[in-house]
Design a protein around this ligand. Structure first.
Ligand code: G6P
Length: 493
């Protein structure tokens, strides 16, 4: 059965009608920025915000997040609130202002130098610093105060996003036990030995066990989490029902594979406006009958961008007849560049592209074009629709929504997806060409196979993948979480 937006709205009306909905995340879904004297509203590059925004548009409520844009404060009322999306206001965005020190300790420090590498296990050592941890605790406390300001003493459903807020559920419940909390962990959860290197693992786990429901993308992340709790804390674990009890509080731990708004993306892909955008891109880049490859990622060391580029290099080395015929667009903004590892990665990517273009390119052709500026979701949709193949080569990824967006965009049932086996998405999209991105030859061979694949096979594979994404879209994700939660009553006070 396909879950629609209308069905989600009905479910929310039925089950959550008396319960205000509050979403909490670090990244905000809309960022207001000054460009010169003008205010522009941008959609950030974040799978999380992209996935949760359609749910909030459908359900309404309040989204609490860090206000990070240069013009954010100027478009808000005195309480830090603004209605979004700007062109069609549907819900309230409540911005939280953080000082530079708070951002450094909580966001860059503990969240992105500690938890992010710890959970992704891609051979990048996490660093743990007591001052970062203290700031993380302080900012979690601050968000708790803001949510409580929104909710007061009443019952509410607070839906917390990601690893920036491991302590938040417990803090909320301590102040207002009538709040129901669910948290979704958008990144992987590693095995107990790996997680055990976090010096504050007990506090992190205790915080998360403040939730009524804790969601991960896939079953093995749930199992890793339960294994970690089993090793670190005194508690009762019911593996059969996937539930943990500690101090008379029960937390359900369940997989909910996140997704995209399939219908919206698919319909947009067929629109006249998108055709025009495709034509504009073709004209701008002088594309005629080239084979177009595509990679879209935030520039992050978990995404396997150098591995992908090495795969392209090997492909062009092995198959000289494709030189001059393949154009690969590597699209993605630099991310988290205050962290050295991210700055280094940007240089590494630049260097590799430079080298490959130098090695194979000529006056009229360069194999790789890197676009590092911000592109609108609409322009990205046009690139997805015009590409012959798309490479998602993450070294480890909770889900990866670029893969699902690519499939949703191919209303023409064309296009080949090359997908890393180490993404959550590879469990569902088994008709992609599945690869191990650490193997350069495997990457090169997959590119060759994607280019040579007969039309009927491309269409067959894409049709099946589209069925999978259509049946498991973002409204099902939200609907499943809410249905699981509605068995949980707010505590009587
Ligand atoms: C991942 C995380 C999100 C985050 C996004 C972008 O998808 O799970 O929480 O928003 O990366 O990263 P950023 O640090 O720019 O928000």
């Amino acid at each position: 059965m396909e879950w629609t937006k209308g069905m989600l709205q009905e479910l929310v009306g039925l089950k959550l009608s008396d319960l205000p909905l509050v979403v909490v995340s670090n990244r905000e879904p809309y960022v207001h920025t000054y460009i010169g004297d003008e205010v522009h509203c941008q959609v950030p590059v974040s799978g999380l915000t992209m996935a949760v925004d359609p749910v909030m548009r459908a359900c309404g409520g309040t989204w609490v997040a860090h206000g990070s844009g240069s013009a954010d404060i100027d478009v808000c009322d005195d309480g830090g609130r603004v209605m979004v999306p700007p062109q069609d206001p549907r819900y309230t965005l409540r911005r939280v202002w953080l000082s530079r020190e708070e951002q450094e300790g909580y966001y860059l420090g503990f969240s992105n130098e500690g938890m992010w590498p710890l959970c992704h296990m891609v051979f990048n050592r996490p660093t743990f610093d007591t001052s970062h941890w203290n700031m993380y605790k302080k900012v979690n406390q601050r968000f708790a105060e803001v949510v409580l300001e929104e909710v007061g003493d009443s019952s509410a459903f607070v839906f917390i996003q990601d690893y920036h807020f491991a302590l938040l559920p417990r803090l909320l419940k301590a102040q207002n036990p009538r709040i129901i909390t669910a948290q979704f962990w958008h990144i992987p959860w590693p095995n107990p030995e790996v997680f055990g290197v976090c010096p504050w693992q007990e506090e992190v786990l205790e915080g998360l066990l403040g939730n009524d429901l804790l969601g991960f993308h896939i079953r093995s992340h749930c199992d890793n989490f339960m294994g970690t709790v089993d090793k670190a804390l005194e508690c009762r674990i019911d593996y059969e029902n996937s539930a943990i009890s500690r101090n008379n509080k029960m937390t359900l731990v369940r997989p909910f594979p996140i997704s995209v708004d399939f219908d919206q993306i698919s319909q947009e892909a067929e629109s006249e406006e998108l055709q025009q955008e495709i034509e504009r891109i073709r004209r701008y880049w002088g594309l005629t009958d080239e084979i177009v490859g595509l990679g879209i990622d935030r520039v992050d060391y978990t995404k396997g961008i150098p591995e992908r580029l090495r795969g392209l290099d090997r492909f062009l080395t092995k198959h000289a007849r494709y030189r001059g015929r393949l154009v690969f667009f590597q699209i993605g903004e630099p991310s988290r560049i205050r962290i050295r590892r991210y700055r280094d990665l940007n240089y590494e990517v630049e260097d590799l592209i430079e080298e490959i273009n130098w090695k194979f390119g000529n006056r009229d052709w360069r194999p790789i074009i890197r676009l590092r500026e911000h592109n609108s979701p609409f322009t990205l949709a046009a690139f997805r629709r015009l590409a012959h193949f798309c490479i998602v080569s993450s070294l480890h990824d909770g889900m990866n929504l670029v893969a699902k967006e690519f499939v949703a965009s191919r209303a023409d049932r064309e296009g080949v997806l090359i997908l890393s086996r180490f993404t959550g998405a590879s469990r569902e999209l088994t008709d992609a060409l599945l690869v191990n991105p650490y193997s350069t030859d495997e990457m090169a061979d997959a590119i060759k196979r994607a280019i040579d694949m007969p039309r009927n096979e491309r269409v067959r594979r894409m049709t099946r993948m589209r069925e999978v994404v259509a049946d498991n879209g973002i409204y099902r994700w939200a609907g499943d979480i809410i249905s699981t939660l509605t068995g949980i009553e707010p505590e009587e006070v």
